[in-house]
Design a protein around this ligand. Structure first.
Ligand SMILES: Nc1ncnc2c1ncn2[C@@H]1O[C@H](COP(=O)(O)OP(=O)(O)OP(=O)(O)O)[C@@H](O)[C@H]1O
Ligand SMILES: Nc1ccn([C@H]2C[C@H](O)[C@@H](COP(=O)(O)O)O2)c(=O)n1
Length: 238
């Protein structure tokens, strides 16, 4: 069972994918974390992230290793745990430019396909181009959306400072999310896009628990269609 979950920033891909994978005993892959890890490595190794040629030349250098346990997501670059530093504003600001470079995408896409192929019991893979490019034959494709206001409010809630106040105002967060979405959906290679056969789930008015329940139901239906006697894909193909 291969499940692809795509969508813009802050729509709930990571939270939903982890919970669905944990509930169904599937592996989990956060592909955004891989792009963040390679970006972090470049920032730390003197690569000019404003220069696509420099990014392309460095794309093959770091070893990026992802864990696939939904209860303990892990990511490292050249053996160094990167799970904390990949969430800094510096990495967030540079990741769209780095991930737009074809050599980076080629490298990371190959890694993602290898991980998915090795996940014997099935996997939930989340990102921007999983249903369209990385795993076009996924058993289920879900495209999560939410209003710009809801996404900014969620992100700000996550970034609360110690005194309980949001670290940036809602308008600034909304603007930053919109800028990243624009960059991710307008790049030439494998842009953020809903696959034609993906199920779109608008999460604006749904709690995380409701989204998880909805996706679990979709996975169960897809699994029944894959193995069930009446609707088996194998039969349909014959
Ligand atoms: N349906 C929901 N209702 C309310 N809050 C939610 C919902 N889904 C996710 N959240 C919260 O919104 C925030 C962003 O969620 P998450 O990180 O899963 O989104 P994402 O799509 O993976 O974002 P990004 O692409 O930027 O990594 C988190 O704090 C999460 O707890
Ligand atoms: N399949 C993917 C996943 C992620 N990216 C890029 C674009 C995002 O802005 C960035 C960080 O992702 P996030 O951690 O916010 O999910 O990584 C991509 O191009 N393709």
């Amino acid at each position: 069972m291969i499940v692809a979950i795509d969508g813009p920033s802050g729509t709930g891909k990571s939270s939903t994918s982890k919970a669905v994978a944990a509930q169904l005993g599937l592996s989990y892959l956060d592909t955004g974390a891989q792009y963040r890890a390679i970006t972090w490595w470049m920032l730390n190794n003197g690569v000019d992230v404003a220069d696509p040629d420099a990014i392309a030349a460095a794309a093959g250098k770091p070893s990026i290793v992802s864990g696939t346990d939904p209860l303990a997501p892990a990511i490292s670059a050249d053996g160094v745990d990167a799970s904390g530093p990949i969430r800094t504003p510096e990495v967030t600001a540079a990741v769209s430019a780095v991930s737009a470079v074809p050599e980076v995408r080629e490298r990371i896409t190959e890694l993602q396909r290898t991980i998915a192929a090795k996940a014997g019991g099935g996997i939930v893979v989340e990102g921007r181009d999983i249903g369209t490019t990385v795993l076009p034959d996924a058993d289920l494709k879900v495209f999560l959306t939410a209003s710009a206001e809801a996404r900014a409010a969620r992100r700000n809630g996550e970034l609360k400072a110690a005194d309980g106040k949001p670290v940036s105002d809602l308008a600034a967060t909304q603007q930053a999310l919109a800028a990243r979405d624009k960059a991710d959906s307008s790049r030439k290679t494998s842009p953020l896009k809903k696959a034609d056969d993906a199920v779109e789930v608008d999460t604006t008015e749904l709690s995380l628990e409701q989204v998880v329940e909805c996706v679990v139901t979709l996975v169960e239906k897809a699994a029944a269609g894959k193995t069930g006697p009446a609707g088996s894909r194998e039969k349909a193909a014959r």
